[in-house]
Write a protein that binds this ligand. Structure first.
Ligand code: APR
Length: 244
C-alpha cells in the first residue's frame, strides 16, 4: 500500500527538522474505517430528517427523543468500527517528532482508540453526555429516551458541537496556540470548509510553518505540499520514511 505514495524529500526534511508538528484531521481520516460523514449518515433511515432538526440546540429542544435516537444510532455505528492505518500512523508519528499536537474535527474517538493522547476534540465527542444547561459531563441513564441531569434536572445532550454553536474554549485556545507555534502543519482528510478549524492552516502559514495537505481531492491550493493520496496510505508512508 505504501509504495504508491511518493513523499517529497523536502517534505521529509521539514518534518525531520520540526520542533512542533500540528496535525488537523477531518472526516476523511475515518472514511477508511467506514465511519460515514454527517451527510452520508443521513442517507437511508435518516434521509427524511432535516440536519437542523438533528444537529442544532433548537432542534434538540423541540424533540430530544428524536435527536437522541439519531445520536445513539451513530454511537452504535462508530462503536463497531476500528481505527485504520491513518489513525495508527498518526499515533506513531507523535513518537517520532519532539512535539505533536493533534486537533481533530472528528467526534468518533478513533484517534484515542489508536493510541493518540491529548487529542484536542474541536467539535466535541460523540460519546460524551453533557448537561444542556450547565455544559458539564454527567452520568445518565443510557436507556432513557430523553435523559435528564441528575443534579439540576435539565435535559442531557450529546457532547458534540452543533451548527451555530461555539467551539469549546479550551479546544479553541489550545488549537490556536499550537497552530501559531508549530513549524509544520499537517491537514489530513478535511475539506477545509468549516471555520474556525479551516483557519488553523492560515494561522500556521502566517507564522512561518510549512503546510502539508493529505487528501485524494485537495481542498485548497495554498498548501506548500499536497499528497493526493488516501490518509491510510500516505500517513504510514510518511511514518516509514521518517523512521528509516
Ligand atoms: N483520506 C484522506 N482524505 C479523504 C479520504 C481518505 N481516505 N476520503 C475522503 N477524504 C477527504 C475528502 O476529499 C474531503 O475533502 O476528506 C474530506 C472530508 O470532508 P468533509 O466531509 O467536509 O469533512 P470535514 O472536513 O471533517 O468536515 C468538517 O463539518 O460536517 C461538519 O462538524 C462536521 O467536523 C465536521 C466539519
Amino acid at each position: 500500500m505504501t509504495e504508491s505514495c511518493h513523499i517529497p524529500e523536502a517534505l521529509l526534511a521539514a518534518l525531520r527538522d520540526a520542533r512542533h508538528v500540528c496535525v488537523l484531521t477531518g472526516a476523511g481520516v475515518s472514511a477508511e474505517s467506514g465511519v460515514p460523514t454527517f451527510r452520508e449518515a443521513q442517507d437511508g433511515l435518516w434521509a427524511d430528517h432535516d440536519p437542523l432538526q438533528l444537529a442544532t440546540p433548537e432542534g434538540f429542544l423541540s424533540d430530544p427523543e428524536l435527536v437522541w435516537s439519531w445520536y445513539r444510532w451513530r454511537r452504535e455505528l462508530v462503536a463497531e468500527v476500528e481505527p485504520n492505518p491513518a489513525h495508527l500512523g498518526l499515533a506513531e508519528l507523535a513518537e517520532l517528532v519532539p512535539r505533536l499536537t493533534l486537533v481533530t474535527q472528528n467526534v468518533d474517538c478513533l484517534h484515542q482508540r489508536a493510541g493518540s493522547t491529548d487529542v484536542i476534540e474541536f467539535h466535541g465527542n460523540l460519546f460524551a453526555d453533557l448537561c444542556f444547561d450547565e455544559r458539564r459531563a454527567v452520568d445518565c441513564d443510557a436507556d432513557d429516551p430523553a435523559p435528564t441531569c441528575p443534579s439540576c434536572g435539565a435535559l442531557v445532550r450529546p457532547g458534540v458541537v452543533w451548527f451555530g454553536e461555539a467551539i469549546p474554549e479550551d479546544a479553541l485556545d489550545l488549537s490556536f496556540a499550537a497552530a501559531s507555534d508549530c513549524d509544520v502543519f499537517l491537514s489530513v482528510g478535511t475539506s477545509s470548509l468549516v471555520y474556525p478549524a479551516a483557519g488553523l492552516a492560515d494561522i500556521a502559514r502566517q507564522n512561518g510553518a510549512v503546510t502539508i495537505e493529505i487528501n485524494p481531492e485537495p481542498s485548497r491550493n495554498d498548501f506548500d505540499f499536497v499528497l493526493e493520496n488516501k490518509a491510510g496510505a500516505a500517513i504510514p508512508a510518511l511514518v516509514s520514511s521518517l523512521s528509516s
